[in-house]
Design a protein. Sequence first.
Length: 100
Amino acid sequence: MPKEINDPPLTQKQLELVSKLSEANLNYIDSALLANISPQWKKVARVIATTMNESDDRGTLKGIPDVFYSQRVSHLVSRGLIESQGNLQTMRYSEIRLLK
């Protein structure tokens, strides 16, 4: 099995970009993530890719990195809205699902 490598931290440029997101933008991202999560386990990377593809037409979200979406997934887990298994700092090797 390949060694798990944690996702990289946000760069300074990415931090500046995400700091400009409004509360409405964050709520949209969270809602979009939740809409792509099912009761069955799914790879975090897949949920994020699907969500990002669906969000491409929103100009305010262009350029928001996958790592930030991964941070929002961790936020949803910490709020008890979804459950996870694996290391959430490695989106390719972790899974999420809606609470049963």
